[in-house]
Design a protein around this ligand. Structure first.
Ligand code: HEC
Length: 464
């Protein structure tokens, strides 16, 4: 191997490209899940309106539909391509891996998405203009098309966690990739939570309606759907935990659950109580409360959930064969993919990576820090930011602000070199490259850079 198929590294200072992706992703999940969930609420409400001759329910559907058109669909359609841009620069090989597995799945998804977008316009603007049964059929088609987009994307997202079977590495087949081990569990979680989100957003719309009778009857119909959706999502989450690879379970136990479990349980309890109140005493739910609950769900529910799913996958970004730092970790003969870790150990990133400026191709006393910075960005920055105090697993913080180059080198030449940490890639580099990274990290994280004023302030002299 003379070269690895790497792309230039896109580094976003402080928050890292991972958080850029995370922020766009969470907004997208909120918008898209609300839309898909709402599609089912429309279908259920409209069926009831049709069967029980309650045409006033259609007023709510129209109102909610326009609300979604203005918010969800606009935000969803902007953030969707936003995710493409963000992941393409943050993780070009991850995207490439997905496209090589799922190009037709994506093409199919786009067709359903088109049906969904045309469907929502047709649904909103044709209420009362075509005969009710045809409209009802239109609404159910819209709901199924919306859910199909979710189903297809979930197959792709679940493969990012892992194929779950050895077959895919040999066959490279789209079916082996798509129907991976955690596909159904993952789809179940999202299906349950999309109903909760749609009901919570539906409450915002319903709580602002002047017609009190309609408000009460709509909320009484929606609340139980949200409660059932929430319980279903939790059951599916427990099932999902059974379908995860070992590295994800370690990451979950050691870093994620201790941090997020309490918040997630609290969100579940508060949301369920809120929905029960909406069921029993709909008059108590006013727009400010409804909006507050939505924000709670977004910040303490969806953000940690997406963050956990992304973090659990570490050290991989796709299918347990592409590391987060874009290095291929193992062979996948079904796709003609060859592992790169051993070649990098032997020849070094400086020799094999195509985007190294010539003056940095070999380490000298003059360029050591600069090479170190570049290598750290290539090898670590997908998962760690380089600034002290930064939110994305800051590397200086991980080394406790140490300026001790030998200590850092010991970590690089010990656990990292041997792939001993289950949630980090095996990063095995020639001695001069590891040394350059250690020198750079000691420089950037050590006390002289991170807290330059301490030694100079007179008030500190007491402590010396
Ligand atoms: C694919 C993602 C990924 C890459 C690339 C990566 N790390 Fe990590 N690293 C992690 C995760 C995940 C943790 C767990 C800590 C957390 O989530 O807060 C971690 C933790 C650490 C820790 C703390 C030890 C521990 O067990 O918690 C150190 C030190 C560290 N990384 C150094 C590095 C260095 C140096 C590089 C580059 C040479 C690097 N990492 C590359 C994902 C990564």
């Amino acid at each position: 191997m003379d070269i690895i198929g790497a792309y230039p590294t896109f580094y976003v200072p402080y928050i890292g490209s991972a958080w850029v992706m995370g922020i766009i992703g969470v907004i997208h999940v909120l918008a898209s899940h609300t839309s898909v969930g709402a599609a089912f609420l429309f279908a259920i409400l409209e069926t009831k309106a049709y069967r029980d001759a309650q045409p006033q329910l259609l007023d709510f559907i129209r109102r909610f539909g326009v609300f979604l058109l203005v918010f969800s669909y606009v935000i969803g359609s902007i953030t969707g391509p936003g995710i493409w841009y963000a992941i393409t620069v943050a993780s070009p090989r991850g995207v490439s891996g997905l496209i090589h597995n799922f190009v037709w799945v994506w093409a199919t998804e786009w067709i359903y998405f088109t049906v969904e977008v045309i469907g929502v316009y047709a649904l909103v603007y044709l209420i009362g203009k075509i005969d009710p049964l045809t409209h009802l059929k239109l609404t159910w088609s819209f709901a199924l098309a919306s859910w199909a987009t979710m189903l297809l994307i979930v197959g792709i997202l679940s493969f990012m966690m892992w194929p779950g079977n050895a077959a895919w590495y040999e066959t490279g087949s789209t079916n082996d990739a798509f129907y991976n081990l955690n596909f159904f569990a993952h789809l179940g979680i999202r299906t349950g939570s999309m109903l909760v989100m749609a009901v919570v957003v539906g409450f915002i719309v319903a709580s602002g309606m002047k017609d009190v009778d309609l408000k009460v009857s709509v909320m009484r119909l929606l609340a139980p759907i949200g409660v059932v959706g929430g319980f279903f999502a939790v059951m599916m989450f427990l099932y999902y935990l059974q379908t995860l690879p070992g590295n994800a379970l370690i990451m979950l136990r050691s870093h994620l659950l201790p941090r997020y479990a309490d918040g997630m349980i609290a969100v579940f309890v508060v949301t369920t109580l809120y929905l029960l109140i909406g069921w029993a005493r709909p008059q108590l739910v006013k727009p400010p409360l409804a909006i507050a609950l939505f924000l709670l769900l977004a910040t303490i529910g969806v953000w940690p959930e997406e963050r956990m799913r992304e973090s659990m996958r570490k050290p991989y970004v796709v299918g347990q064969y592409i590391y987060g730092n874009q290095v291929i970790s193992r062979d996948a003969p079904g796709k003609g993919v060859v592992g790169e870790v051993d070649a990098i150990a032997e020849k070094g990133l400086l020799a094999l990576h195509p985007f190294i400026p010539d003056r940095l191709r070999s380490v000298t006393a003059d360029n050591r820090l600069e090479v170190g910075e570049l290598l750290t960005k290539i090898a670590c920055s997908n998962c760690h930011s380089l600034e002290p105090g930064a939110p994305l697993r800051s590397l200086p913080d991980k080394f406790h602000g140490s300026g001790d180059k030998d200590l850092i080198a010991a970590f690089l030449n010990g656990p990292l070199k041997h792939g001993a940490i289950p949630y980090m890639p095996r990063i095995d580099l020639p001695p001069d490259e590891a040394d350059a990274i250690a020198a750079y990290l000691a420089d950037v994280g050590g006390p002289t850079r991170a807290e330059p004023t301490i030694a100079a302030t007179p008030s500190d002299s007491k402590e010396n």
